[in-house]
Write a protein that binds this ligand. Structure first.
Ligand code: ATP
Length: 331
């Protein structure tokens, strides 16, 4: 049996806040031999956050879904930020299937530390919503575990561990705006001079990411090439959000609409409410609508709430880009 050195944590609690993402462009290329698709995507981190708090605990990794009130960050803007307890935690596993638990085991094994930790997870990112909430929690767990166990893991090593856990995990560490290639794990930062304002129509029932990719292959053939992200990359440097609205593109959208036809009504409702543009976020079913500014986002959100579109369980407001996973508390 492998011997682990005894590690005495010098911290008694570590909290990490991690954002959701939307894909401003999601170009899906051919199915690879390893069953992943080649992607050309523009990730955009938005101000819906999950929060992970780690404390020393009994041997192993124990995860608790936390509904108790956490202190809001001092700089929270009530107009364009949402409470971290804004979404249902239905469907979030608390065992080894949870990506945060997997991440802590992977980090502990790499560092040869015996994990003995209790994780409290607060979800503010819609579950199975195409906003990479599970991936975000994995990134947060890597950062929090690193701090709790005093590992000082080099960022390249954390990035490699993140990529091993899932295609969207490295971006959740990174945040901001980034071009993702490979299966999304190879990141190149993009300039992001302008704040964008979003309205997010969250569905009550999630969509399975593998099912949406499979439907994409069925609709277009498995060897279709990825659409080109250049227009979105250019639009990021344009202060006029209309340019970005016109460039938004998601190669998974047709499949998400095929599996969930009522999403067409959600997208139409966003346009009727005055959004500059709208798109299915990642594999869906969350729909993201671009607004001209914060007040415009408020008006769109209110109109969408009043419209009570079937299948929409919540309408949230967010802005982006925001920073990636960050420590917020260390004791
Ligand atoms: P993807 O990153 O594949 O686009 P998504 O954003 O659509 O995923 P997630 O919120 O990550 O969706 O959840 C997808 C599934 O992952 C959930 O239905 C749940 O079973 C599982 N899961 C594992 N860990 C977590 C977690 N920490 N939070 C939420 N879901 C998780």
């Amino acid at each position: 049996m492998e011997e682990y050195p005894l590690t005495v944590p010098s911290r008694s609690a570590v909290r990490v806040r991690v954002p959701a993402k939307i894909n401003l462009h999601l170009g899906v290329g051919p199915l690879r031999d390893d069953k992943f698709h080649d992607l050309a995507t523009v990730f955009h981190a938005v101000s819906l956050h999950d929060e992970l708090t780690l404390e020393p605990g009994p041997p192993g990794v124990r995860l608790i879904l936390d509904a108790a009130a956490a202190e809001p960050p001092a700089d929270r803007n009530p107009v364009d930020d949402n409470p971290v307890d804004g979404v249902s935690t239905d469907g979030v596993p608390t065992d080894e299937r949870n990506l945060a638990v997997r991440a802590l085991h992977a980090l502990a094994a790499a560092a040869k530390v015996e994990p003995a930790v209790t994780v409290r997870l607060r979800k503010g990112i819609p579950v199975a919503g195409g906003m990479a909430g599970g991936s975000a929690d994995a990134a947060a767990a890597l950062l929090a575990g690193d701090a709790l166990w005093n590992l000082a893991t080099p960022i390249e090593r954390l990035h490699a561990l993140a990529a091993g856990l899932g295609s969207d995990v490295p971006f959740a560490l990174h945040g901001g705006d980034a071009l993702g290639t490979g299966r999304g794990e190879r990141l190149a930062p993009l300039s992001h001079p302008y704040r964008r304002h979003w309205v997010l129509a969250v569905a009550g029932e999630g969509l399975s990411t593998p099912a949406v990719y499979a439907e994409t292959d069925r609709l277009r053939g498995a060897d279709a090439s990825a659409s080109d992200p250049t227009a979105v990359v250019k639009a990021l440097d344009d202060p006029d959000p209309t340019a970005l609205a016109e460039a938004l593109c998601n190669d998974l959208q047709a499949a998400a609409l095929s599996l969930r036809p009522e999403l067409a009504d959600v997208l139409a409702a966003g346009r009727t409410a005055g959004a500059l543009g709208g798109i299915v976020s990642g594999s869906g079913p969350t729909c993201a609508f671009l607004a001209a500014d914060a007040a415009h986002a408020e008006r769109i959100a209110q109109q969408l709430r009043n419209a009570a579109v079937p299948g929409v369980s919540a309408v949230l407001i967010a802005h982006g880009p925001v920073e990636g996973a960050r420590l917020t508390v260390e004791d």
